[in-house]
Every structure is written in C-alpha cells, then in structure tokens.
Design a protein around this ligand. Structure first.
Ligand code: E4P
Length: 214
C-alpha cells in the first residue's frame, strides 16, 4: 500500500520523507491556506522534496475554470496531480484531462456511486473521506470496502486513495481491505511508528549496557 503524506507543511514533509516511507503527497485548500504562503510557490518548494505524485486541488466550480487552473498547476512540476471535487463540472474536467494524459484525483467522495462515476470519467485516484463519514456516525471504512469490490468486479484501473484518516486503525483497515494508497496526516504517521514497549525495550537495553561499564 502506498503511503501519501496529507500536509502542506514543508518541515513535516522533509521529516517524513527522510524516514523513507512516503510515496506521494496530498494537499487541499485548507492545508495550503494554513501555511500562509503563496500556494504555487509552496507547491514548487514541495516538488523539490517529493518525487512521487503531489496532489494540488482546484477551487473553480465550473469545468472551464477547473481546466485553466489545471493548466497552471501542471506547469509547477511534472508530478502534479490535479485534485478535483466530485460533481458534474468536476467530471467533465476529469474526462478532458484524462484524455490529455493528465493525472487527476477525484476528491470529497462520500458514496460508492460517486467513486464509480469518477472512475468511468477517467480519474487516476478517488479519495473516499472516511473520517468525515465517521464524524457523522456513518462507517467510513464500509465505503472503502464497497469501492474496492466495485473496482475489482470491473477491473477499473482507478486507484483508491483513502483520505480523511484520523488514527492508525484507519490505516490498518485500509491495508486489510487492500486499498491502493492512504493519505495520512503527519501526527498519525508518527502514531503508526510509536509503541510504548519499543521505548521501554530500548531503555532497558541501554540501562543494562550501562551496568556492564561499572
Ligand atoms: C486529502 O486529500 C483530504 O483533503 C484530507 O485527507 C481531508 O482530511 P480531513 O477530513 O481531516 O480534513
């Protein structure tokens, strides 16, 4: 399973990349706005650190606007993937971009039917938002299961990029389902790695080693 970092913070990005586990990156307007920098300049700086796909989201609501934003975004770096919210205008843009071999992620997916239509329009990735479904007492992970079965039934090449991940169990469940990729906030990536017994084990080894010197 590919692990994408869900962040626009350069320090976090550099740190996670240095661990050798990051396959790509997702941003969204909220994450870019949080950094308070010029978004295209920030995406350019990010592209110097991330060699895999970098998701940059459009904010236009009409297909013409989405396409002209996409034209600008792909100039930033060859690995930019255009992230587009799922709706009629979004699908029109996805279709045209995919015909021109430009990679797209269809985002804000909350139903299996949205994912199916995005795949049919030619999306490279679909992003089911599982945390936001859990937030309203719906089971986000069931949505990932449904999409996985549907894509498998029809051999659809669109990849499932599980988003809105809130804790390590979301990552484990995505991997058990066989999702192609997860996009994970830095804090959750740290949680994936940490274990109190590992810390206690290191401490005990070092304490015992010290005793040898006495
Ligand atoms: C990434 O592609 C999504 O925009 C992000 O995972 C959304 O996460 P949130 O629901 O925690 O804002």
């Amino acid at each position: 399973m590919k692990i994408f970092l869900d962040s626009a913070n350069l320090d976090e990005i550099k740190e996670a990349v240095s661990w050798g586990i990051i396959d790509g990156l997702t941003t969204n307007p909220t994450l870019l706005a949080r950094e308070g920098k010029e978004p295209k300049k920030l995406l350019k700086d990010i592209s110097k650190v991330i060699s895999g796909p970098i998701n940059a989201e459009v904010v236009s609501l009409d297909s013409a606007g989405i396409l002209s934003e996409a034209e600008e975004l792909i100039k930033i770096a060859p690995n930019i993937v255009i992230k587009i919210p799922v709706n009629q205008e979004g699908l029109k843009a996805v279709k045209l971009l995919s015909q021109n071999n430009i990679k797209t992620t269809v985002t804000l997916i909350f139903s299996a039917t949205q994912a199916l239509l995005a795949a049919k329009a030619g999306a490279t990735y679909v992003c089911p938002f599982i945390g936001r479904l859990d937030d309203i007492s719906q089971d986000g992970m069931s949505l990932v299961e449904e999409i996985a079965v549907i894509f498998d039934n029809y051999d659809l090449s669109t990849e499932i990029l599980v988003a809105s991940i809130r804790h390590p169990i979301h990552v484990v469940q995505s991997a058990l389902i066989g999702a192609d990729a997860v996009t994970v906030p830095f804090k959750v990536i740290e949680q994936l790695l940490n274990h109190p017994l590992t810390d206690a084990g290191i401490k005990r080894f070092l304490d015992d080693w010290e005793k040898l010197k006495k």
